[in-house]
Design a protein around this ligand. Structure first.
Ligand code: GLA
Length: 739
């Protein structure tokens, strides 16, 4: 039984294969306390860790020093206003304007399943158990149902919370964090992902210090700037060893994550919805379901954490049938043509691409309304026959006749002020009535909290999809939310808009994948501003970044792969000088780097240098040969260019350890240095392996300088030498197979 309750000791113990999470109750009134989270242990009653004897307050016995207790007891769901100053998970304002809340245990149940979270993306799967603990503040008439789920095959613990208004008057939720736990700080570093447009998810690592540290998004999306993820790594924890805790929010909108270090060197870590732009009116009798946070713990370092998240998301989050299918190698016309295309140009690209084995043409922005640049027509989802002469079906049929699939770009959540849609419905944009809203990329955001607007969007998107054989959609979202005002909501509910907007996006995407179950959906947001587990529930892949430069991508993809399986990362080979940074890298290297994601092209194949075009079939062969290993394998990070500023190296290893693929990118050539020694990871110490090198010139494997066969332990402990390469930005692919 992964979840047990020990009635005598009033203790709940959750076990995953390698971790334990222990919760205890005080005597009456019973507070729900966090006792332990870490490596799996045998005993449940470790309540001595609560150090309650050091606190002069015992709930049933005296009242004198309750304040000290409130500020030291490790609460599972800390509330506001009764003396816990270490950070609040649940903050509720009553109609009278008070924000004081204290939750006591009421009851619990253990379910043999993981129930769905209404309207929200969440992990799913059989062989699951869920613990629900109901707590209550009788004074306010507020209940909080804490939920903890485990799967038999994962070291993750999923936490969420549902708030119920059992009183007679409405209350206002100002902060509803889904997870919070306290632990002793034995010297943890906080690891987060930060970034910008074209520079998403770079890794940052800093010591946790006294007071509050944290990160958030109030941009209406999970954002380029911060990611709804925090890890706490013991000092010295690296890729292969050391304690690491992870928190990752399955949500695509505003979030907060924080850590507080108190005077007793204890940490409180929390994550959820709250902060700016959130206030939810909960009517009497209503409930509010918060999204889930995925907690992980491992002693196998950052690599161990990555693999727990990768497996969890592949097995228990992504639903698309494409998860287990090879994605068609696509060519997207964005960097090839931008807005300057017609059906002839697209067909010319498709024709040339099909000769090289590329399998799908994706028509990006600019095919609809009067959209000839980024100032117009979002919302006018009608094919522009001045560009696509003869209509969409004719183009799609033409592409299909070349043996290729066809995909299309939409930005369904947006409206251009210069569009027929806006002229007809100026009130459909999110805005404060009477106030000129801020434009971003010359566009406004549609108020997707309104059903009639969602219905319009769905009707238009599906009309296009029904009009031709369209097998892929790139769903883009290119600006952040401002001017938060909805005509749909009364004054005291305007604070709900950001969350209602995200729920609207989820509802639309759910409808889309249900109506088109075979569709390959790729989410996107100005590159990777909405690359989060919430969106993965709907699409098996997300465009990682508008920066397709192979070197910048090393850092973006390293940060992304810290949590996400490689199969989810949209990655394309593009033309050089690169459109984001102007760098020139070898076509070969661009192929190696894109192989670590979904793999595709984003260039005008009719105009690139002949030598590059000739290499495409070899890269296509590379993709077909290794993609499954990349998509389904275990990921091991060997070296990080972001850290060493010289080279990057990572591996994927087949689950049965019979095969592995190593990618090495020499970013900077160095004079007068030894060849690099690389210690492989993830192999079976007892198996014997041989090494071959993929030759991009021939598209075939050839002998590597290290001939012979070696045991996995030799390759992992003694390591191998990487053959010298001449020049910057050079890449190498080694295929390691069991003999
Ligand atoms: C965003 C996307 C790009 C492209 C453009 C089109 O920036 O990230 O890939 O689709 O929009 O406008």
């Amino acid at each position: 039984m992964p979840i047990s309750y020990f009635d005598k000791q009033k203790i709940f113990k959750l076990d995953t294969p390698h971790t334990s999470y222990i919760i205890g109750l005080t005597d009456k009134p019973a507070f729900v306390g966090h006792i332990y989270y870490g490596a799996r242990i045998s005993d449940a009653d470790v309540s001595y860790l609560l150090r309650t004897e050091e606190m002069p307050y015992v709930p049933s016995q005296n009242d004198r020093d309750k304040l000290l207790f409130m500020d030291t007891y490790p609460m599972e769901l800390p509330t506001h206003g009764t003396g816990d100053f270490r950070g609040t998970a649940l903050k509720v304002r009553t109609e009278a304007g008070h924000e004081v809340l204290e939750l006591h245990y009421v009851s619990h149940e253990i379910l043999e399943e993981k129930p769905k979270l209404k309207g929200l993306p969440a992990t799913w799967g059989k062989e699951a158990q869920t613990l629900k603990i109901l707590t209550e503040d009788k004074y306010c008439g507020v209940q909080a149902e804490l939920s903890y789920s485990v799967f038999a095959d994962s070291d993750a613990i999923m936490r969420s919370v549902r708030i119920l208004n059992t009183g007679k008057a409405p209350v206002y939720l100002e902060q509803v964090y889904s997870a919070s736990f306290d632990m002793d700080d034995t010297g943890f570093d906080l690891i987060t992902l930060h970034g910008a447009w074209a520079r998403e998810r770079h890794i940052s690592r800093n010591a946790v210090n006294y007071g509050f540290q944290g990160l958030s998004s109030c941009r209406g999306e999970s954002s380029h700037q911060h990611h709804p993820f925090m890890a706490f790594a013991a000092k010295g924890a690296d890729q292969t060893k050391g304690e690491v805790y992870g928190l990752h929010f399955v949500y695509s909108g505003n979030f907060c994550g924080s850590v507080y270090k108190n005077q007793f060197d204890q940490l409180r870590v929390m994550m959820g919805i709250g902060g700016e732009n959130f206030c939810w009116k909960l009517e009497a009798g209503a409930d509010f379901q918060a999204p889930e946070v995925v907690l992980t713990y491992t002693v196998e370092g950052l690599g161990g954490m990555s693999r727990i998240y990768h497996d969890l998301y592949r097995q228990h989050l992504i639903r698309s049938p494409y998860l287990k299918k090879k994605r068609p190698i696509l060519i997207n016309n964005w960097e090839a043509t931008y807005f300057d295309f017609d059906e002839k140009k697209l067909l010319a690209i498709a024709k040339e691409a099909s000769k090289s084995g590329i399998e799908m043409l994706v028509m990006d922005d600019g095919w609809f309304g009067e959209r000839n640049d980024d100032t117009t027509a979002l919302g006018d989802w009608f094919v522009n026959e001045k560009k696509i002469h003869g209509g969409l079906k004719k183009l799609v049929d033409g592409v299909n006749a070349l043996g290729m699939k066809f995909g299309i770009w939409f930005e369904p959540e947006m409206i251009s002020p210069d569009s027929d849609l806006y002229r007809a419905h100026p009130d459909w944009a999110i805005a404060v009535p009477g106030r000129r809203a801020v434009r971003g990329r010359d566009q406004y955001v549609l108020d997707l909290s309104r059903k009639e607007i969602r219905d319009y969007v769905f009707e238009r998107v599906s009309a296009i999809l029904d009009s031709a054989n369209i097998e892929y959609v790139k769903w883009d979202m290119n600006r952040q939310l401002t001017d938060l005002g909805s005509l749909n909501l009364p004054a005291d509910q305007q604070g709900e808009l950001s969350h209602r907007y995200v729920l609207g996006v989820y509802e639309l995407q759910e409808k889309l994948i249900r109506r088109y179950p075979k569709l390959l959906l790729e989410n996107c947001s100005g590159g990777g501003a909405r690359f989060d587990p919430g969106m993965l529930y709907y699409s098996p892949q997300i465009w990682c970044s508008d920066d397709t430069d192979a070197i910048e991508r090393l850092m973006i993809q390293e940060g992304t792969a810290l949590i996400y399986p490689l199969s989810t990362m949209g990655a394309h080979v593009s033309d050089c000088p690169n459109h984001a940074v102007g760098r020139v890298t070898p076509f070969e290297t661009r192929g190696y780097v894109a192989l670590a994601g979904t793999f595709g092209y984003e260039l005008d194949v009719t105009r690139i240098p002949e030598a590059d075009r000739e290499m495409i079939p070899k890269q296509v062969a590379m993709y077909h040969k290794y993609h499954n290993l990349v998509a389904d394998g275990d990921y091991y990070r060997i070296a990080s260019y972001a850290e060493n500023h010289i080279y990057d190296c990572y591996m994927t290893v087949k689950k049965d350890k019979s095969e592995a693929l190593l990618t090495f990118i020499q970013v900077m050539a160095q004079p007068q240095v030894h060849t690099k020694k690389i210690r492989l990871q993830g192999l079976d110490p007892e198996k014997r392996y041989k090494i071959k090198r993929f030759n991009m010139e021939t598209g075939k494997e050839e002998a590597y300088s290290l001939k012979g066969t070696y045991h996995g332990d030799t390759l992992m402990q003694a390591g191998i030498l990487i053959d010298k390469m001449w020049g910057d930005f050079k890449g190498m692919l080694l295929h390691i197979t069991e003999v």
